[in-house]
Structure formats: structure tokens, C-alpha cells
Design a protein around this ligand. Sequence first.
Ligand SMILES: NC(=O)c1ccc[n+]([C@@H]2O[C@H](COP(=O)([O-])OP(=O)(O)OC[C@H]3O[C@@H](n4cnc5c(N)ncnc54)[C@H](OP(=O)(O)O)[C@@H]3O)[C@@H](O)[C@H]2O)c1
Length: 262
Amino acid sequence: MIPRRLVHPGLELPFISLGTVKIGRNSSVKYPGGAFELPSDTEVENLLSAARELGCNLIDTAPAYGISEERLGKLLGGRWEGWLCSSKAGEEFDGDKSHYDFSPEAIRRSCERSLRRLKRDHLDLFLLHSNGNDLEVLNSPGLMDELSSLSDRGLIRTWGASTKTVHGGLETLRRGGVPMIMLNLEARDELAVADYAASLGRGVLVKKALASGHLGDNAANRDEKLRDTWKFLSGIKGVSSVVIGTTKAAHLRQHAELLRGV
Ligand SMILES: NC(=O)c1ccc[n+]([C@@H]2O[C@H](COP(=O)([O-])OP(=O)(O)OC[C@H]3O[C@@H](n4cnc5c(N)ncnc54)[C@H](OP(=O)(O)O)[C@@H]3O)[C@@H](O)[C@H]2O)c1
């Protein structure tokens, strides 16, 4: 089974979790190989079975990931027991481009809609889907009160922010939230956020650990790069979970195997 690490008081995460952009959205994304078909329900079911079996029981989704939330609700609705779920708010994707709204009303409506789509009664993590102006997002009037209210209503367990700057990640931690940061062999700028989290006895989630698939672009060096990735990330105390975006059960199994070996 995948090891687990504490991200926030009372919340332990599997070190590998499942990112679901590619199960819901195939436009305006920059994965290698160009245009791709969304995986079939059977392929997603196989992926979910592998994740469950390996202990990768956190699924990360967002309204901006096309039909990802709806598909998860359809495939897991009524069968969420044993899974943790993270979704986001603030970004809406219209099929062509993104629009952002971090007003309290938009965040509340988005959370309630995610729960309806996912067929869940709460989110374990609820992340602000930053547009890159992280501090402006965190300072949006009324936002922190709205997050407290969603927590008081039992709709979210822990809030956080998927940030794009070191300042944004650090500020999220200072305010008691969980950052999701970009960290990989070729992008280490946000390491300071993971280190600060560790100093507080908390952690961060990592996105784009494989540089959205561009790490090890050729098959010859891919395995070596993947092994180095797991060695690098598992050695950072403040990294609690690495959200791997894959549509393939075999790829998830390979990551679990490589992590076991480092
Ligand atoms: N702003 C945000 O909040 C934000 C932004 C980006 C990502 N995220 C979250 O983080 C997750 C991961 O990010 P990401 O999807 O951009 O990138 P990623 O995890 O760095 O890379 C995903 C890409 O790597 C490929 N891949 C995965 N495992 C592989 C393997 N073993 N061998 C070869 N190729 C492999 C995947 O293709 P296959 O499908 O073929 O495996 C996919 O094209 C997302 O799904 C999402 O949940 C959040």
C-alpha cells in the first residue's frame, strides 16, 4: 500500500493521489501528443479500481476540468466510501478559455454544485483555483468568512489553494490552508513552500510532478526520470501527496512500484 502522510491536523493523504483533468477535458490543455480522446467509462473504472487497490484514495478534481466532476459522480456516486475527494472553486472553463470569480457567492455556489455533481455530502479538501494572482485571490473580500461558513455547514473539511507563486503558497499556510504547488525535477522554485509546511508540522499537495507529461519526453530516459522524480519528491518532508494526472491504470501502478523502490 502507498504510504500516507499528514497534510493538516486530522487529515492524512496517500503519497500518490489521482488527478483527473484528462478524464474530463481535452481542449486548451498542453499534454504531449496533441489532441486526445477522453478515456471511456471502462478505462476510468479500471483506473479507479487500480487506485483503490493501491491505496491511492484521494481523487483531485475541479469544475474547470470539463466533465470530470460529473463523470466521477456517475461512476462513484453512492460508492464513495473509503475515498477522499478534493475539488476547487474560482475558475470556470467555458470550453475555450477560463474565467475567474472568487466572490463569496461564486465560491459558495461552486462548492454546492461540485457536491451535487460528485454526489457527495462534503469535500475533504476545497481549493481556491488561483489565476496566478495568489495574494489578490486570498484577499478577496468576504472569501475567508465564506470558507469558514462552508466548514461550519460541514460541506468542506479543509480549505486550501492551488497556487502559482511562492508568496501565495506561504500565505495559504499562514492562514491555515493547504497549498497545492508545482514541483518537479525541472521546477523547484516552490520548494520553500513545502519546507515551510514541514516546519509547521503540515504539508502540501504537489501538481504537475511529471511536468504535465513532458518530463522524460522520450521513452529511453522516461523510466529513469520517473524514478528520480519519486526519489526527489519522497525526500521532501513537507510533501504530503503527489497528484498524478493519468488516464491509465498501468501508469498508476508503475508510479506505485517506482515509489516502493526508492
Ligand atoms: N491549477 C491547478 O490547480 C492544477 C493545474 C494542473 C494540475 N492540477 C492537478 O494535478 C494533476 C496532475 O497534473 P497534470 O495532469 O498537469 O500533470 P502530470 O501529473 O505532471 O502529468 C500528466 C501527464 O503525464 C502522463 N503520465 C502519467 N504517468 C505516466 C507514466 N507512468 N508514463 C508515461 N506518461 C505518464 C499522463 O498521460 P497518461 O494519461 O497517458 O498517463 C499525462 O499526460 C491534475 O490532473 C490535477 O488534478 C491542478
